[in-house]
Structure formats: C-alpha cells, structure tokens
Design a protein around this ligand. Structure first.
Ligand code: ADP
Ligand code: MG
Length: 217
C-alpha cells in the first residue's frame, strides 16, 4: 500500500493588500503517493509558489488541511520530511559547494563523518565531485542548481518540492537538471512536486496537473 506522503484537502488562500482581497487558491486538493512525481503548471501569478509555500508549511492556508505522511506540518519535522529547490538556487555565497549541501544537514544535527560522506556522495552523484570546494560564484548556473539538488536530498527527505528549478537555466542545462532530479528521486524513492512552465519536463513526471482560477486539475 502506498500511503500518501502528502495530502492536501480543499486549500484556500487569500492575500490582503490594502483594501484589496486576492483569492489566489480557492479549492486545491492534492495527494502525492510515496515516490510519485507530480508536475504543476499554470500561468505566472496563478498561485504555484503560494501553493508550494503552503505544502512546505512555510505559510498557512486560510482553510483546508495538509498532512505530511499522515500528520500535520510542524517546523521541527520540516528538515527531515522535505527538501526544496528554487528557481534562484539560494546557495550561501560565502560557503563552498560541500558546505552548502551540509547546511541542510546542520538543521538536524552538527554534521559528523557520516553527513560529510553523504554530502560528498551526493555531489559525486550530481557530477560535481571535483567542484566540492568551489564557491557558488565559481560555478555555472546548472552547477549551482545541482548543488541545490544535492542539498535538498542530503537529509533523505520523503518529499522534494521544486519551484521552477530550470527557470534561470538555458534549455539544454535545464533538461539535464530535470533528468538528474527525476533520476535521483526515483533512486531514493523520494516523491517530487515539480512546478514548471516546460511541457516536456511536465510530461516526464507520473502525473501532470494545472493550476487555474485557484483550482488544481
Ligand atoms: P506563481 O508562482 O504562480 O507565479 P504566486 O503564488 O507567486 O504565483 O502569486 C500568486 C498571486 O498572489 C500573484 O498575483 C501575486 O502577486 C500574489 N501574491 C503573492 N504573494 C503575495 C503576498 N505575500 N501578498 C500579496 N499578494 C501576493
Ligand atoms: Mg512562482
């Protein structure tokens, strides 16, 4: 039996700016099974990042419920439960590739030999074994995003949330990052929610959904 890793029911989210009310999400329901990959497309401003913020527990819905492997999101479960990859990479500029990967492990415990070995292994798996001591400024966009992918997986999460991870990459580099992301999730049994504008990338996931008028179909 594949228990749902992620279960979201009837999520609604309204933003208030001044006197304006903007209902971004009306009724979003989503179940993601263990190891499953799901893509979400939608126009710019349709609420994709808002939805990922709710799914990651970084923001709260106005109504509706979210379960992470059957239990409500809690800040002290986040680092173990999920990893995130963003369009702008968000690496720490002062830290080299390996230290960036280890930053995510540091949330759980002070990294020891096992965590260092895991970071090295992941950097090798994303093709950056020779770049472990490079600073982000010494890496290309595609290489930075591969460091971010390694960082997202360092704690062996059950779920990876990726918000337009190829949005700042050229087509060829973006394709390679998506292949790597999908392969690594398959290998490790990590479920993936991939927000993308790229139809070809969306088609590579197990299930393709579309966010429109605050509803996910
Ligand atoms: P997407 O990721 O699909 O491009 P977003 O989730 O970033 O869309 O934004 C959805 C809508 O909500 C946009 O119209 C955006 O301007 C608005 N929005 C996003 N965040 C906020 C916020 N913190 N306050 C007010 N409006 C916001
Ligand atoms: Mg967005």
């Amino acid at each position: 039996m594949n228990e749902a890793v992620l279960s979201a029911r009837s999520l609604a989210k309204v933003y208030l700016s001044g006197t304006q009310q903007l209902q971004v999400l009306r009724d979003v329901t989503l179940d993601v099974a263990a190891g499953e990959s799901v893509s979400i497309r939608g126009e710019s401003g349709s609420g994709k990042s808002t939805l990922l913020n709710l799914l990651s527990g970084l923001d709260a819905p106005d109504s509706g419920t979210i379960l992470w492997a059957g239990a409500p999101p809690a800040p002290n479960r986040r680092a173990e439960f999920l990893g995130m990859v963003f369009q702008s990479f968000y690496l720490i500029p002062e830290l080299d590739a390996e230290a960036n990967v280890l930053m995510a492990a540091r949330i759980l415990r002070s990294p020891g030999a096992a965590q260092r070995a895991r970071a090295k292994e992941l950097l090798k798996r994303v093709g950056l074994a020779e770049r472990a001591t490079h600073l982000p400024a010494q890496l290309s966009g595609g290489e930075r995003q591969r460091v971010a992918v390694a960082r997202a997986l360092v704690n062996s999460p059950k779920l990876l949330l990726a918000d337009e991870p190829t949005g700042n990459l050229d087509e060829h580099t973006g394709d390679a990052v998506i292949e790597l992301l999908l392969a690594l999730c398959r290998e490790t049994g990590t479920a993936l929610v991939l927000v993308t504008h790229n139809v070809a990338h969306a088609r590579k996931t197990n299930r393709s959904l579309f966010l429109h008028d605050g509803v996910l179909r």
